[in-house]
Ligand binder design. Structure first.
Ligand SMILES: Nc1ccn([C@@H]2O[C@H](COP(=O)(O)OP(=O)(O)OP(=O)(O)O)[C@@H](O)[C@H]2O)c(=O)n1
Ligand SMILES: [Mg+2]
Length: 402
């Protein structure tokens, strides 16, 4: 067993000591069987939330109405969920009622895919009534029971299937795939925040090209923010060599392929509810990508863009031009050679100008600083106070006069 499980074994033991059952479940067991790194260990138990609270002193109610509480054990938080069934999904996203049950099999039966419906006990023995291990060995995504029921219960599962294609490179079993195409419109009922979490996992996955193509082919994209009717553009994206791009660079590539500019990309990214900071970075990189599409980098542009934005824009540009991953050493070297890397490194400031020219504060300061900065970056003048002063006094003689 791997370390994250071993650390949590005492939790299972403490629950079992009180006469209840407890197992590792969900993505951690799946990823363990796949030899992937385990994110967080989820635990399912026959104990009710109230019963768990008597066993563990440090808990938080994070979804108690659905039977989930957070247990802090040795400083690590664990989500522990009471075995449950769900029924009456009138809104396609959350059950009208949650019924706690005492049987593990019933709990596993309400889960989305067979690979996610495997339990593991404290000794590492697997309980796999729906043949999840066989699906994993066949690299197959298949629902537990009838796909239309599972997707009707929570339409986000439609996206989860394609997200797992992107992460794991599995194929979707034909019956499950047919239900996805048929029920994709149910995604309309799902909150953007949940769609975003799945989409970001998808575009970060090793097999994202396949998953993006599948999103277009199944019609899922028609129910995602700003992607309605854009299947052909998604397919174009799927044909690119994406191996080296970060999640943010993927967003930039996506906005470009959708033919958005900096102005129209902003509402698109807002619709997806990306955090403001991420949006600002994406828009900057998109701006520099558009510069790069028609120009080469110069020291001036390297300075104005900043190193990170320049390298990101270049990576996206290489993807679009078909060259794929390319060495960045030359560009990094160009940046490193710059006399200054940012405005703060300029050896003069507004107060120096006021003193030298005997003139009060005003917009002229910004203009003169911009000009000075440009001259320093271009190497026309050294970044030394005395040199700059001499240069400015010579070429700005008229400034002190008005
Ligand atoms: N819409 C959903 C979400 C989750 N699950 C079940 O709850 C488990 C845990 O859910 P979550 O952590 O959201 O997903 P994981 O499958 O664990 O994937 P990840 O590794 O990304 O966390 C899943 O494995 C699955 O058994 C489900 O049946 N239906
Ligand atoms: Mg998980």
């Amino acid at each position: 067993m791997q370390q994250p499980f071993l650390k949590a074994v005492p939790i299972l033991e403490m629950i079992e000591e009180k006469g209840f059952e407890a197992y590792f479940v969900g993505g951690s067991v799946r990823d363990f069987l796949l030899g992937r790194e385990i994110a967080d260990v989820d635990i399912a138990t026959s104990a009710l939330p109230g019963e768990l609270k008597t066993i563990f002193p440090h808990t938080a109610d994070i979804g108690i109405q659905h039977g989930t509480i957070l247990v802090i054990f040795n400083g690590t938080p664990y989500e522990i969920t009471t075995f449950r069934t769900e029924s009456g999904y009138t809104d396609y996203r959350r059950p009208d009622t949650v019924e706690f049950v005492r049987s593990l099999t019933e709990d596993l039966q309400r889960r989305d895919f067979t690979m996610n419906a495997i339990a593991m006990d404290k000794a590492g023995r697997l309980i796999d009534p729906f043949h999840g291990q066989s699906a994993i060995s066949k690299k197959e995504i298949v629902t537990v029971g009838p796909p239309e029921e599972r997707f009707g219960e929570d339409a986000l599962r439609i996206m989860r299937a394609v997200r797992f294609v992107g992460q794991l490179g599995f194929v979707i079993e034909p019956g499950t795939l047919a239900a996805i195409s048929k029920l994709a419109p149910l995604l309309d009922n799902i909150a953007v925040e949940r769609k975003l979490a799945e989409f970001e996992k998808l575009i970060s996955g090793t097999y994202r090209s396949e998953a993006l193509a599948l999103m277009g082919e199944t019609g899922i994209s028609n129910w995602l923010p700003g992607l309605d009717g854009q299947e052909s553009k998604l397919l174009k994206l799927a044909g690119c060599r994406l191996g080296h791009l970060s999640t943010e660079e993927m967003w930039v590539l996506l906005t470009h392929v959708l033919e958005l500019d900096v102005k129209t990309a902003e509402p698109f990214l807002r619709k997806w509810k990306l955090p403001g900071k991420k949006i600002r970075v994406c828009l900057k990189v998109l701006h520099w990508l558009h510069y790069r599409l028609n120009n080469s980098w110069t020291p001036q542009m390297a300075y104005l863009s900043g190193k990170a934005n320049m390298l990101s824009a270049e990576k996206v540009y290489n993807t679009l031009s078909g060259s794929g991953p390319a060495p960045m050493e030359d560009l990094e070297e160009m940046f490193e050679q710059l006399p200054i890397k940012e405005r703060a490194e300029l050896s003069v400031a507004g107060k120096d100008l006021i003193e030298w020219f005997g003139k009060g504060p005003g917009p002229w300061i910004k203009d003169v600083l911009n000009e000075t900065e440009e001259a320093v970056v271009a190497g026309r003048i050294a970044n030394k106070k005395a040199d700059i002063r001499e240069w400015l006094v010579q070429c700005k003689q008229n400034l002190g006069k008005d």
